[in-house]
Design a protein around this ligand. Structure first.
Ligand SMILES: O=C(O)CCC(=O)C(=O)O
Length: 279
């Protein structure tokens, strides 16, 4: 079904800077994540919820496989990447200056490039997301990567909001373990042994979180009868260079998200446009 063009008032909101406080920037750098209230308006969320949900359900690679027959990873969410390449309105959201500028300011970089976007829909009765770090998958030469995790609705605890290991981006925990039942168990034990605090809170409508690629995180199962509808945009430093892949996941992600970039180069593939630069 065709979707109506985005209202110019909503388009303008995508470009408006978010007024980050010094405290929010400090929290992000020390804790490895920060929650930003009222990042998006209810009308903007309702508009893009329709668009992203339609795309995600139509492109869902697991749509014919019942939940019970899937792996732990595939029970955790429906995952569809780079929606911005498939739909002009998804691109409006994925390339918002508001998100890209906040990411640069939080990391303290001059600008940000696109790594990729992802819809992460935890279905009704969908399983937990095991503990992991994202950068295990990414062949990046520095830790200047960050995910904006934006739900289209409020996310109560029983729907599976993200849970973060506070300050875990500064500790070397679980960096070699891919997301799996093993990562859930091994990282859980390491978190306890290292006294890392787990921060697990509901999201109100309009809240987003930003977390570093090296921050440990997980999510509980969705025990409600609604889908947890989340869109994420992953940003990196505009100067990010391609590092030698450390594992097969990093080789795959090189191929998927920055195929023309050579080792040691700035990731300047057509898939990695600069989304914000302070100049
Ligand atoms: O949405 C989830 O359950 C996991 C999300 C995640 O791992 C991420 O955005 O880095």
């Amino acid at each position: 079904m065709p979707t109506t063009a985005t209202d110019p008032k909503i388009l303008a909101q995508l470009d408006e800077p978010y007024a980050l406080t010094e405290e929010q920037i400090t929290r992000f750098r020390e804790d490895g994540f920060v929650k930003l209230p009222n990042f998006w308006s209810a009308e903007l969320l309702a508009h893009y919820d329709d668009i992203i949900t339609r795309l995600t359900l139509s492109l869902n690679p697991k749509k014919d496989v019942p939940l019970k027959d899937r792996s732990t990873y595939d029970q955790a969410f429906i995952q569809v990447g780079n929606l911005w390449k498939k739909d002009a309105q998804a691109q409006e959201l994925a390339h918002s200056k508001r998100g890209a500028q906040a990411a640069a300011q939080l990391m303290g970089t001059n600008g940000t490039r696109m790594w990729h976007d992802q819809a992460l829909y935890k279905e009704a009765a969908g399983g937990f997301t095991p503990w992991h770090v994202d950068q295990q998958y990414w062949p990046m030469a520095s830790g200047h990567s960050v995910t904006m995790w934006m739900p289209f609705t409020a996310v109560p605890i029983e729907m599976g909001p993200l849970c973060f290991g506070r300050g875990s981006h500064l500790k070397n925990i679980g960096r070699d373990i891919e997301i799996s039942d093993d990562s859930e168990q091994l990282i859980r034990e390491a978190i306890k042994a290292n006294g890392v605090l787990e921060i697990f809170e509901p999201y109100a409508l309009g809240d987003v979180t930003f977390h570093y690629g090296w921050t440990l995180h997980r999510a509980g199962p969705n025990t409600t009868t609604d889908s947890r509808r989340v869109f994420t945009v992953i940003y990196m430093d505009e100067q990010m260079r391609l590092a030698e892949p450390k594992n097969q996941n990093q080789k795959n992600d090189w191929n998927s998200w920055t195929p023309s970039t050579k080792l040691g180069e700035v990731m300047d593939d057509v898939l990695n446009p600069v989304l914000y630069s302070a100049g």
